[in-house]
Design a protein around this ligand. Structure first.
Ligand code: NAP
Length: 246
């Protein structure tokens, strides 16, 4: 149990990649707090975590709302006494070419994907600094490295996460808090299942390992980044993309 006695908070942990990370960390021994806006998904995931014998707090909280995030962290500290690990995973897409992109779609993506990461990281930074141990993993995307036509908002948010990761890694390193990012490629979740078949086929041709990624591919790397074997890695971006971008 490499995460025994650790407490992990996963945002957007009700389904998709976040849910898989939640399960993998719980199986490794961590107690869990999950924040999501999808109540049904939260309830379902909580049952699965508790059946593994771990504690699981759920919060129907929106990462863009500073007051909801702060209240969640103080409840985690009250109930589980600490927060050792933060996985900033909640994210959305609102795709469209720049000339047609509405301000609403720009703001929604930047607020959830980037401001949400700021809100949650800021809220855990002090308790982690106090205990002089912490692991923060931000889920970016290869689109934040390469850019993508039709995803200016998403690319800006994910590129922002990468720059944020490196800055905060430098700020918090002296307190034994490691901050890293994962940049997934094409992972099979609800977010990608809604893409048209012909787009998916074109994507597959660009993946040297010749398969789409699974949430577990990302979750295994998250487990590595929050456990002791990675303790000398900070400010790094690990691509989990089947070789799509190299
Ligand atoms: P997903 O299946 O859509 O799951 C995202 C979860 O986050 C959902 O449960 C969603 O709730 C929740 N969420 C949305 N807005 C939120 C908010 N404001 N506050 C709290 N929770 C919120 O997505 P996914 O594919 O697992 O993606 C997870 C992360 O990986 C995202 O950051 C995404 O950008 C990144 N990523 C994914 C891929 C991929 O190929 N799938 C590739 C690169 C990066 P609802 O169910 O209500 O929407």
């Amino acid at each position: 149990m490499i995460l025994k006695d650790r407490v992990a908070l996963i945002t957007g942990g009700g389904r998709g990649i976040g849910k898989e990370i939640t399960l993998v960390l719980a199986k490794a021994g961590a107690d869990i707090a999950i924040c999501d806006i999808n109540k049904e998904a939260l309830d379902e995931t909580q049952k699965e975590i508790e059946s593994l014998g771990r504690k699981c707090l759920i919060f129907e909280a929106d990462v863009t709302k500073r007051d909801q995030v702060d209240e969640m962290i103080s409840k985690i500290l009250d109930n589980l006494k600490k927060v050792d690990i933060l996985i900033n995973n909640a994210g959305i897409t609102r795709d469209g070419l720049l000339v047609r992109m509405s301000e609403v779609d720009w703001d929604a993506v930047i607020n959830i994907n980037l401001k949400g990461v700021f809100n949650c990281t800021k809220a855990v930074a002090k308790p982690m600094m106090k205990q002089r141990w912490g692991r923060i993993v931000n889920i970016a995307s290869i689109i934040g490295i390469t850019g993508n036509a039709g995803q200016a908002n998403y690319a800006a948010s994910k590129g922002g996460i990468i720059a944020f990761t490196k800055s905060v890694a430098k700020e918090l390193a002296s307190r034994n808090i490691n901050v890293n990012a994962i940049a997934p490629g094409f992972i099979q979740t609800a977010m990608t299942k809604k893409l048209p078949d012909n787009y998916r086929e074109e994507m597959l041709k660009m993946i040297p390992l010749n398969r789409f990624g699974e949430p577990l591919d990302v979750a295994n790397v998250a487990l590595f980044l929050v456990s002791e074997p990675s303790s000398y890695i900070t400010g790094h971006v690990i691509q989990v993309d089947g070789g799509m971008v190299m």
